[in-house]
Design a protein around this ligand. Structure first.
Ligand code: BGC
Length: 441
């Protein structure tokens, strides 16, 4: 861990923490919430590493006041949470479930009361199950349903949410949810999943219009990016690298920024006018970064145009992901170099790591690896700013240890430890570090 003080950040830089609804809320059947694809998936045997579900998770639905107090203690200026579509519109269409919106209404007011900007993500993967039953994101109509839902939420919260994020990581939702089936809804379509990319992007564009009609707050999308590290130097390796880069890093961002789909990635369901809807101007680009990806040419019988290769020689998190802070600098600089003037300002909307954190004999939770991780990644952001990239915020993933999708409760990403048996929250040493070294300097 670096012992040198962190460099300064520009005045007004937004310091935040991120969470998502299904990972923390619990309250699965509360106040008229309907099932989402993640309820269905988690309750299907064999899908989740520890057989758990998000039925209770961190019980944030009933404990949000305590969690807002934790954020106030941390001193952050923003909280990025997601709104559960099945709470607001249990069937995915029709009128709002007022009780579902009431929860977010209270949360937003509680945040504002302690000086924290509410940053709301509209879709963090928890599609209402009835929409999945009608084809989910493979069905173009889901894009229109998403815009309808965005309108309902903005009608209620549009006067107070300070930043809107339409979708979280549409690439991960397409690839893991529909390509390989590791995430809900568990479809194994490989490259036949491309319509999911287009319909999410169309939903994004339609939702931008719906939000603009109701609010003057900025609108963004949060994409996951992973710089390619070539593990091989043949032409075939380079071709594989371009294929992976196109899929992970360009498929969503090129059309969002008005460039259309990258060559070779036409989802085949595009209609006239769609690309204009998708390219509606956004005010910020949310960047979620965890690690780069090692790539080489595929084996002859591979169904994919690349092979994924572990990146050796780096420290690893409990998720077995390599810790490569300089990858974040390279990513941010690379986005600026690739998109130039059409790139809006960036906020890092997720950055964080899992470690096997446990309370010691005194009940304290020490997580020096997370402090080192955050220190390194913040220096990387500062280096990108020094290189001229307009980065205006950084959100730690995550405030709380939570339900980590297919990994269940086995991966702890929080600044705050959660005992999932008792729901006791214990701030880790990284919480104090982030408060003292970063937020309150
Ligand atoms: C997702 C989060 C997730 C995190 C760590 C991101 O892809 O947006 O929901 O918990 O990565 O895996």
């Amino acid at each position: 861990m670096s012992t040198a003080p962190l460099p300064g950040f520009p005045a007004g830089f937004r310091w935040g923490v991120s969470t998502s609804a299904y990972q923390i809320e619990g309250g699965a059947g509360a106040d008229g919430r309907g099932p989402s694809i993640w309820d269905t998936f988690a309750h299907s045997p064999g899908r989740i590493a520890d057989g758990s579900t998000g039925d209770v998770a961190c019980d944030h639905y009933h404990r949000h006041a305590e969690d807002v107090a934790l954020m106030a203690g941390l001193g952050v200026s923003a909280y990025r949470f997601s709104i559960a579509w099945p709470r607001v519109q249990p069937d995915g269409s029709g009128p709002a479930n007022a009780a579902g919106l009431d929860f977010y209404d209270r949360l937003v007011d509680d945040l504002l009361a302690v000086g924290i900007d509410p940053v709301a993500t509209l879709f963090h993967w928890d599609l209402p199950q009835p929409l999945e039953d009608a084809g989910g994101w493979l069905n173009r109509d889901t894009a229109h349903r998403f815009a309808g839902y965005a309108d309902l939420v903005a009608a209620r919260l549009g006067d107070r949410v300070k930043l809107w994020i339409t979708l979280n990581e549409p690439f991960i939702h397409m690839s893991l949810g529909h390509g390989t089936g590791l995430h809900a809804p568990g479809r194994f379509l490989l490259f036949d999943a491309f319509p999911v990319a287009h319909h999410q992007l169309l939903g994004h564009g339609l939702a931008v219009a719906a939000l603009r009609a109701r609010t003057t707050s900025p609108v963004a999308i949060a994409n996951n990016y992973s710089p390619v590290v070539l593990r091989g130097d043949t032409d075939a390796d380079r071709t594989a690298g371009l294929a992976y880069d196109g899929l992970h890093n360009r498929l969503f961002t090129d059309p969002l920024l008005g460039r259309g789909y990258p060559p070779g990635f036409d989802p085949a369901v595009v209609r006239d006018g769609d690309l204009d809807v998708i390219a509606a101007p956004i005010d910020l680009l949310g960047v979620n970064y965890y690690n780069p990806t090692g790539i080489r040419a595929p084996e002859e019988d591979s169904p994919l145009p690349f092979d994924l290769v572990p990146l050796d020689g780096y420290p690893r998190t409990a998720s077995d992901w390599p810790v490569v802070p300089e990858g974040l600098r390279d990513l941010l600089v690379g986005l600026r170099d690739r998109y130039g003037d059409v790139l809006p300002p960036i906020q890092v909307t997720e950055s964080g790591c899992a470690y096997d954190d446990a309370p010691d004999a005194d009940g304290r939770v020490h997580d020096p690896e997370r402090i080192a991780y955050l220190d390194g990644h913040l220096r990387a952001v500062r280096a990108a700013i020094d290189a001229g990239v307009d980065v205006t915020g950084y959100f730690v993933w995550s405030l709380l240890d939570n339900w980590e999708w297919a990994e269940g409760f086995t991966k702890r990403f929080g600044l705050v430890h959660v005992d999932f048996r008792t729901q006791v929250r214990t701030p880790k040493s990284s919480y104090a570090w982030f408060r003292d070294q970063v937020v309150r300097r």
